[in-house]
Design a protein around this ligand. Structure first.
Ligand code: PLP
Length: 455
């Protein structure tokens, strides 16, 4: 459709002049110009110069079924013809929202049987803040309203979600966090584990939750929120001891557990949801991204019987978005879930693709620049280091080497992101073994070139 587009330089100039980008250094954009993506198929994206790039990040961790699935296009078109919009406020509903809520209740573990639809991951987490506070208020415990989360967690970019997140740079720019959100440390053994074994460190970091609850008073704490695997924080895979201890603490002190599955949902960790991979049972699960494979925006809070009974059984919950349960998004999500299931995409990840990727990814640890190589399902990270034994950091400012490596990946037509000096991947779940081989070969080449550049 865009084959006869303007020359790349002209598009870049227009982009820099008029388009304000999320999480982008505006000055860099003006000097270097954006890479302009024009089309995509499977795991491959094409830029305005015709380069074919292997998308190791599934867009922004979201294109789980891969690009170019006509079934999703057809689902959207059919629904647009039938009913392009109707709201779900004021006792109205429509068939796509009803069907999708039912399907999500079937897929979600435990008694997560109730769905509040949102437009994105960020506003799903804002819904969660409002819902857990409303829950305790309805139970006549309005003072039970503090939410505990983790430093270096990411829960989105709205005022509420960015407050839940523990990104200090975001807090510094927006007068955040909002009142009633406090943070504990993350379970990042590589960077912060010191002399502890990963298992002992995992327990120690989980017990910070208990310490924080005791400090604030359990009667004042509404909920704990965490990503089963921190994504934007650098694909931090917690030690195996971490999540069971968090679950124990939440149960003991009657604190609601919110699993933010915006990245880890819909097959990413090798199960339908990350909480299944880590053996936890949340009270609320946040989903977005892979819910529609990113073809159209949608998020949801999937809620337990216990929480839903209180919210539905009290005065009206004064909350909602125009696009809550948008029929076109719901129709696309339903078709996307059908593909993940009936096309065997999630099953294939567990049986074949994730084990293959794991073996190759962990092999990167033999490279002189790579310390730990961690992977769960289809999300992985490598820590770059000048000394594997001491887990040392580079003398340069954090992120300098990671940035160089990311630029080498780009030059080698591989999208791999950096978070500080960690390199991360989260490819479409449909990536084939042959494509994984290409991903690994390009990653190794980029690591070699990075090593040359920093020495
Ligand atoms: N939660 C997690 C774990 C995320 O990774 C993200 C986005 O990356 C969000 C929430 C926010 O989602 P959105 O960008 O759709 O608002």
């Amino acid at each position: 459709m865009f084959e006869n587009h303007l020359p790349t330089a002209e598009l870049q100039a227009l982009d820099a002049a008029h388009h304000m980008h999320p999480f982008t250094d505006g000055d860099g954009l003006a000097k270097k110009g954006a890479r302009i993506i024009t089309k995509a198929k499977g795991v491959w994206v094409t830029d305005s110069e015709g380069a074919e790039i292997l998308d190791g990040m599934a867009g922004l961790w979201c294109v789980n079924v891969g690009y170019g699935r006509e079934e999703l296009v057809e689902a959207a078109a059919r629904q647009m013809r039938q009913l392009p919009f109707y709201n779900t406020f004021f006792q109205t509903s429509h068939i796509p929202a009803i069907q999708l809520a039912k399907r999500l209740a079937e897929l979600a573990p435990g008694d997560l049987n109730h769905v509040f639809f949102n437009g994105s991951g960020s506003d799903s987490n804002d819904t969660n803040i409002r819902m857990v506070r409303r829950y305790w208020q309805a139970l006549e415990k309005p003072e039970k309203n503090v939410i505990i989360s983790r430093w270096n967690g990411y829960h989105g970019s709205t005022m509420g979600a960015a407050s839940l997140g523990g990104m200090k740079g975001m807090h510094a720019q927006g007068g955040l966090p909002i009142p009633g959100v406090v943070h504990i440390d993350q379970p990042d053994w590589w960077s912060e584990g010191g002399d502890l074994t990963p298992e002992a460190f995992g327990l120690a970091r989980a017990r910070q939750l208990e310490e924080k609850i005791l400090e604030i008073g359990a009667e004042n704490v509404a909920a704990f929120i965490g990503e089963p695997v921190q994504g934007a924080g650098g694909v931090i895979v917690p030690p195996a001891t971490y999540w069971p201890e968090i679950q124990r603490i939440c149960r003991q002190y009657d604190i609601l557990l919110i699993a933010d599955e915006v990245i880890t949902g819909f097959g990413r960790t090798g199960n339908w949801f990350g909480c299944q991979t880590f053996g936890i049972t949340p009270d609320i699960m946040t989903v977005a991204k892979g819910l529609t494979s990113g073809y159209i925006p949608m998020g949801a809070s999937i809620v337990s019987d216990r929480v839903a009974a209180v919210i539905n059984g009290s005065d009206e919950f004064a909350h909602g978005y125009t696009y809550s349960g948008h029929p076109v998004a719901a129709a696309v999500a339903l078709e996307n879930l059908r593909l993940l299931d009936e096309d065997g995409i999630v099953a294939r990840v567990a049986a074949e693709t994730a084990p293959y990727l794991k073996a190759k990814w962990e092999g990167l640890a033999a490279h002189p620049l790579v310390g730990e190589a961690k992977i769960v399902g289809m999300m992985g990270s490598i820590a770059l280091t000048p000394n594997k034994e001491t887990r040392a950091k580079f003398a340069s400012k954090s992120g300098t080497v990671g940035y160089i490596c990311r630029e080498r990946c780009f030059a080698n037509n591989l999208v791999m992101r950096h978070v500080g000096d960690r390199m991360i991947i989260s490819p479409p779940l449909v990536i084939t073994p042959a494509e994984i081989d290409i991903l690994i070969a390009r990653a190794l080449k980029s690591l070699d070139e990075t090593l040359v550049r920093i020495n």
